[in-house]
Design a protein. Sequence first.
Length: 294
Amino acid sequence: MTAGKVVRAAGLVRKGQFFSLSHPLDWPPRPPGGDPRLKRPALRRESILHNSVFQLRDGRYAVTNDDVVHLSMQGSSHWDALTHFGVIEPGQDGVFYGGLGLDGVDEVDGARSLGIDAVAGGIVTRAVVLDMVGFLGRSEAGFLEDETRISGDQVRAFLDRHGLALEPGDACLVYTGFYRRWLDNGGRIPPSIAGLDGSSMSVWRESGVAALACDNPTLDAVPMDHSIHVGKGVGCSTCHGAVDQMPLTFKTQTMQMSFCIDCHQNPQKFLRPEDQVFNMAWQPPANQDEREPA
């Protein structure tokens, strides 16, 4: 987002109106005490002083109210800092974006150089809004069907229909109607969520957009697209256990990012012949570690 990009974006202003695209800070509602998965509240207010009375020298009394707000950085609408997630790779000093190491994050002061505070003054650039609800014929419902996967071809078709072209430095905002879906589901997040498909990555990479945002909680569709894993020889039971033996399915792996990274860095430990992907009873041979990565 260069100075020239900002100037060009400013030149697009016609009416001078502005409005927020953010959800309320306490949205979506969490259980009392916060989301048990995150072990922290999305937004919690605590009163420090409530109509506290202090006597003044002249016989009058001062009344004071004060409070404190605890806010989870993973609640409501937010952008993650570039130090939110990194990868430790053998032989590499860098962990975060740009090769920044672990010392780039301080436990007390936070990120030294890649924090989201770097854009606290605001981001000014050209925004391109993709109304995929209308484009995919869901205007009457107001939201995309659950698990709709917005492909790269669909993004390109939208741009072509509206005579648009993404440019370097743009912010692309994808509308799926998720808030309407949330209301339609009784104020609960549905188990399947419409969002971007992995095939859209080529669009963002080729165009050089600087920011990509979506109105859903995850950006991409939920559940994830398993096709790339299936095609590479990752069996169902590797991540999900022997589901054919479960009267009621349960989680057998942490499903935390560390689990995913371990597999991506050492795939030969987990891959199997493609014709065995759906075989829940498959066991790796003794020489499994010698298998070539896919």
